[in-house]
Design a protein around this ligand. Structure first.
Ligand code: GSH
Length: 218
């Protein structure tokens, strides 16, 4: 019997959330090992051996460890093609990937724990400055997503069609993190409408940081 897919993640990691959504949308069974990023566990044990970048997610599916949420989701798409998370048409596929990269490549990397730590230890950023930094990058991505959605020539429930895909995964992980960081989201009407639609699906709702948050941890 093939081994269960293994995921190294953390409840509040938006990159791990992206992978959890993809696994759940595809109806796959997985087992998650929590790596407490707040306690520095990314520098210890298995995860340190599996990912020299000391970050989650890491996915193991009977082969060597895979890192980087987008690469992992593309791997899942190739090995478990149904339901598809990327449009078939090459142009739409590039557009959906590009939308997701707004956060995966351009906003999220500015806000990860190692960047926050460096800002605090090297440049003395205090809590207020850090909050403002995070909000800045999160708002830039929210604005860009909103503009793209407002001008798309498509009448669809989700970002690029009537089924959720990679763009919606990026959007949901970004909005969930914005909410955790008190970045206001209300002015982004298209983004929040799609986020709400995503939350109507078990795959998004049950695996979110908000759903997994242990009591008493902010
Ligand atoms: N680009 C990577 C980002 C991975 C990443 O930085 N993950 C964060 C959690 S969301 C992490 O583990 N950070 C550890 C740290 O910064 O120390 C991806 O999409 O997988």
């Amino acid at each position: 019997m093939p081994e269960k897919i293994r995921l190294f993640g953390f409840w509040r990691s938006q990159a791990a959330y992206r992978v959890r959504i993809a696994l759940a949308l595809k109806g796959l069974d997985w087992e998650e090992t929590s790596v407490d990023l707040l306690a520095g566990e990314q520098f210890q044990g298995d995860i340190a051996a599996h990912n020299p970048q000391h970050a989650v997610p890491v996915l193991i599916d009977g082969g060597p460890p895979l890192t980087q949420s987008l690469a992992i989701i593309e791997y899942l798409e190739e090995c478990y093609p149904r339901p598809a998370l990327f449009p078939q048409d090459p142009y739409a596929r590039a557009a959906a990937r590009s939308f997701a990269l707004t956060t995966i490549a351009d906003a999220h990397p500015f806000t990860v724990p190692r960047v926050r730590k460096h800002l605090a230890t090297r440049f003395g950023a205090d809590d207020t400055e850090m909050k403002s930094w995070i909000r800045h990058w999160q708002e830039q991505a929210l604005q860009a997503m909103e503009e793209r959605l407002a001008t798309r020539q498509l009448d669809a429930s989700f970002c690029f069609g009537d089924q959720p895909g990679i763009a919606d995964i990026g959007l949901a992980s970004h909005v969930s993190s914005a909410m955790m960081n008190d970045t206001p989201i209300d002015e982004y009407a298209n983004v929040t409408a799609i986020y709400q639609r995503c939350l109507g699906l078990e795959a998004f709702a049950s695996h979110s940081p908000q759903a997994l948050k242990p009591d008493g941890i902010g």
